[in-house]
Design a protein around this ligand. Sequence first.
Ligand code: VG1
Ligand code: CO
Length: 559
Amino acid sequence: MPSVVTVNTTPFEGQKPGTSGLRKKVKVFLQENYTENFIQSILDANKDSIVGSTLVVGGDGRYLVKEVVDKIIKISAGNGVGKLLVGQNGILSTPAVSCIIRKYNTLGGIVLTASHNPGGINNDFGIKFNCSNGGPAPDHTTNEIHALTTTIKEYKTVPDLKCPVDKTGIFNFTVDSKPFVVEVIDPVQDYVSYMKEIFDFPKIKSLIQGTEQRKPFNVLIDSMSGVTGPYVQAIFIDELGASVNNVRRVTPLEDFGGAHPDPNLTYAADLVAAVKGGDYDLGAAFDGDGDRNMIIGRGALFVTPSDSLAVLAAHAALVPYFQRNGVKGFARSMPTAAAVDRVAKELGMEIFEVPTGWKYFCNLMDAGRLSLCGEESFGTGSDHVREKDGLWAALAWLSVIAVTGKSVEEILKEHWAKYGRNYFTRYDYEECASDPCNEMMTALEQRMTAPGFVGSSHTSGSKTYVVKVADNFSYMDPIDRSVAMKQGLRIIFEDGSRIVLRLSGTGSSGATVRLYIDSYEAKDVLGDAQVMLRPLIDVALQLSQLQNYTGRDAPTVIT
Ligand code: VG1
Ligand code: CO
């Protein structure tokens, strides 16, 4: 009979979860006891309810997922967990983990992913804990996990417990006379049947297959060699009748084929080129763990995530899930352009502005005040789960198209004509040196908060902007009244235009600077965002001295 072994260990520095879990280079996780320490600390943070509990375990298929699943099985057994629901081969998308936690009322789940960061031995890995509501652990829980990692002395494991995860089935073990169960589950089944409840699949199917009156709506769906491949095959090919020519990169690869599994115009450039050059009506791509999405229309017309959220909010009533459950409110992260705010106003709906990171939406959803929300970083979702959900977003767009009979372009242009347009762009400067970036943020904050800054004028070309508000964003959760401070520097001008600057909390080394710019136009809605926003970008670069501090004269990624 396998039995529990207690292993002595010492703390590692820096096991502090960021915007979405602990993300480091694979080689960091490969250090002896590094991964074990963090898993033990997750279980210790739940120590009052861990014995006999059920947890969900799965990841995005990247390098190290299988090895870490095996460690989690052994350490869970060592800590008295009753049952694990493990995705076959360790595969579960992030939204699927959230769906399964909620469906089976588990204590939570452990998600193995570094999301949109590259994979492989020389790249990134990540571990995230989700709570019983299916959502990413809130700050007080991740702070507790981090505190535990700084004092850890031992972990408990069952080294002799061998559990294959390459086939579905129920595996019963007895560990020191107590039962321990591993159920290896089909990664897609629960999620796919949930999507069939949320959306009208027959309607989307007839859109994709066409009818006697209408030619098929030709989609190109790109899984970027991430975890959504099997979900895309099950949904688009098996359920919705698309052909293999409608999907690409649907086999999950440990290194994502060497690519950056991030669905944006830079890293999904080949999807953009394929849609531009081909006869496609809609293109969609998802990130490594399946929570992000990019939507483009015919000719590769780009839908900014901020607009995507607003369009879906305006059409939410067309989705069967919302018809049954009602639409209760909208939200966006602070850097996300305020397009959805205008829809909320029109519909008389509550709207919330939260810090960056999906965890900040979840309390509002649990309290029944939020149905639909999004982030400018290609995250869109609803209260059907407690993660953003890439495939959900693509299906939501297809639903709107199926019901209205309009193209992506018509939908977007009609939206702008009605509500006006929030031009938006984000500049990312990836993997800069940390110290100068921190200095830049400190210097800018000092300048912004010095007397006289509010009211000051800033000119670029023919445009002059007058500062109305300048602060480091802080947020009080309306439900539990917890406060998140220092969530990004923002300068809001008299005309409503905004400059936001923050440092990424998902990188695994160095610093990534994100500069967000947005500006509203009521009438002039058909311009090019980069041209329209140029004066404001110049003001932001002048004010922040970003090029001096980072030594970069151009961003790594422009969205
Ligand atoms: C980024 C995005 C944020 C998103 C987070 C996790 O965080 O800006 O909006 O919630 O990634 O997304 P940061 O701190 O790097 O800006 V994912 O797809 O990595 O789970
Ligand atoms: Co992701």
